[in-house]
Write a protein that binds this ligand. Sequence first.
Ligand SMILES: [Zn+2]
Length: 490
Amino acid sequence: MLVPVIGLEIHLQLKTKTKMFCACSAHEAAAPNANVCPVCTGQPGTLPVPNEQAIRFGIRMGLALNCAIAPHSKFDRKHYFYPDLPKAYQISQYDLPIAEKGFVMVGSHRIGITRAHLEEDAAKNLHGADGKTYVDFNRAGTPLIEMVTDPDFASPEEAKAFLQDLRLMARYLGVSDADMEKGQMRCDANVSLREVDDAGNIVGPKFHPKTEIKNINSFRNVERALQFELKRQAELWAAGSPPSVTTTRGWDDATQGTKEQRVKEAEGDYRYFPEPDIPALELAKIAEEERARMPELPAARRARFVDEYGLKADDAKQICEDPALSEFTEQVFSELGEWTKANGGATEKQKAANLVAGWLLSKLGGLLLERNVDVGSMKIDAENFAEFISLLASNKLSSSAGMTVLTEMLETGADPSDVMEAKRLGNIEDASVIAEIVDRVLGNNPEIVERYRAGKKELIQVLVGQVMKETEGAVDAKIARNMLLVKLES
Ligand SMILES: [Zn+2]
């Protein structure tokens, strides 16, 4: 039987203000070659100065990947010749990467992290309509961290899930926006097949010549490219001629397939040697500082939201997909803590958790989407949202009136009790008041009452609707319905 052997190499653009070795802005510029200086255009006689923030971000990422951070590290020159590389070498790290030997859990499967190292990005070649190639140096020298995994992935789906986790991790750490479509996260995948017997023991060589798929630019394409390549290789094996040399292929969106590029250069071709212009890096102290500053990571937060606040696993996962939303949720629960304590025990807590998830994800989520506003910049603060939830949980506010209150809160940033008072939206719980309204509705709709009594039972809905309209949703629809039934059937 053939099983996949998949490893990934990921380049992540670090979100620093300036480039890796010069003071140029690392942000996107409006015009080509706006963010350039003698250092990042590779002029002779210039000296690179490492960006401390980039080193800290790299260490933070290494810690999140459970890596050992190297106490002593250094930069090296990696030589190759290409128009987008003005020095004819890239400053990278060779034998002393800042981080190595880590792991990440994807579900219950442990994926080893071989290493993570810092380097500078190359410039960008732009192929003009006039047939000429132009070079934009804005990207030249921007900081990257390259992360290499062990060949541990069992399937294309698992590789995709890992990348999605990695993106979320980078966002929680604040080291990168990790948007694949914008090229802030780029992925190469190494893939081959190996033969195993029924007991799972490897038959023949452990590794066979692999294909390296270059620069895949979306999560979906990672999965597709790996599926395509596994199928292609399986066909070669079936035909009795498995791949005999390691090759490089590119993913082609148009044909939905991989295409052979060039034969991979051997390591020796790069003629690595230590960068003589940058002193060795002593990282023990800043590694300790960064360790102390590590925020809670998405996987830990998801688990805690379930354990501590009683959220359902799916809801916790959805909330934690967005760092700002997860932060907001945290604050809401912290505000709600007092309310649940004052109102008793586990049942109230569970009720509040269900309400928070439902109102945050579907109702508020929908309103924000309509308005194209995100949680980070909306007008509702955690304190007001928690109060809103407590009003719903204690039945002072019905869910239909709740929608009106929430919309108003979003528009104006107002306190929910103020909105309820101004719009007279408090729940009507007094049975005699509800009975009065029900009588009025029945009195105003004699024709509907007559048709109902003649057998058109579904008309009850119209009457419930009338009561809700009359009270602007301040009556529980179930109570209204029951009371209508009593009066109509008597
Ligand atoms: Zn520069």
